[in-house]
Design a protein around this ligand. Structure first.
Ligand code: CA
Length: 257
């Protein structure tokens, strides 16, 4: 038996359909983009905000943690660019505060601190990406665009579905106490699918995610990764399955065998 086509897929309620339509709205061109830049160096702040404006991205600028928190409390931002060395404290405290409140807004940390330890610390506090100063403006724009494309933002390091757990950072799945390592591409595909479990993820979103990891840029990178993932999930005995929705994308859901 082949994978279900969209006609046979059980859209058991209107909610599923609405969720799917909402998911399509994740393409950046459909959304009003507003960035918050937290940077106390006035010259750098002007440079970044001016450059982003030329790219069609509106940016609000603040220079302190206090201003940042009040901006976050009143406005929805698509992405936050966060400097760590701020006059009233460590930018990481903003990150902690946001994640503690359940905010999933992507955060790009911008800092002169370049050690691996600092980078890991930032990621553990819920940063989505990290860019060391000095940086090329093109790289900043590329990373901001990548964050805007992401179907979901930071929601946690451990994802669960059925009888298995996926450690996003460790790229490991655990089933009944046994652990299995995943290759980077498969881990990325699994993460995107898991964050939208039980809902269809358009193939385009997966392609965008894999783009940066594909050395050969092969057109069927997504199919190959999904194929490998399915094999691995069967081998581990996980009670989940990845379904193909022809012409649309994929969805992962619990499957009791
Ligand atoms: Ca600073």
């Amino acid at each position: 038996m082949g994978p279900p086509s969209i006609a046979t897929l059980p859209y058991d309620s209107l909610t599923d359909l609405l969720t799917f339509i909402a998911l399509l709205g994740f393409w950046p061109q459909n959304r009003a983009m507003r960035l918050l830049l937290v940077e106390d160096n006035a010259r750098l702040s002007d440079l970044i905000a001016g450059g982003l404006a030329k790219e069609g991205i509106a940016t609000d600028t603040v220079t302190t943690i206090a201003e940042c928190l009040s901006a976050l409390a009143t406005t929805h931002f698509s992405v936050v660019i966060l400097d760590l060395g701020l006059p009233d404290g460590d930018g990481l405290s903003v990150l902690q505060h946001m994640r503690a409140l359940g905010s999933s807004t992507p955060v790009l940390v911008l800092t002169a601190r370049l050690s691996v330890g600092d980078r890991v610390k930032g990621l553990h506090h819920g940063a989505d990406d990290y860019l060391g100063k000095p940086f090329a403006f093109e790289e900043l724009v590329a990373r901001v665009r990548a964050l805007l494309r992401r179907p979901t933002a930071y929601l946690g390091r451990e994802l669960r579905l059925g009888n298995f757990t996926f450690d996003v950072e460790g790229r490991e799945i655990a089933v009944a106490g046994a652990q299995y390592a995943l290759a980077p591409r498969e881990a990325l595909v699994l993460e995107v699918l898991m964050r939208r479990a039980n809902r269809v993820v358009p193939k385009k979103i997966l392609e965008d995610q894999l783009y940066g990891l594909s050395a050969d840029g092969s057109a069927n990178a997504v199919e190959v990764s999904v194929h490998r993932l399915r094999k691995q999930l069967i081998e581990t005995g996980a009670h989940v399955a990845i379904h193909t929705v022809r012409g649309v994308g994929y969805l992962i859901k619990e499957e009791l065998s």
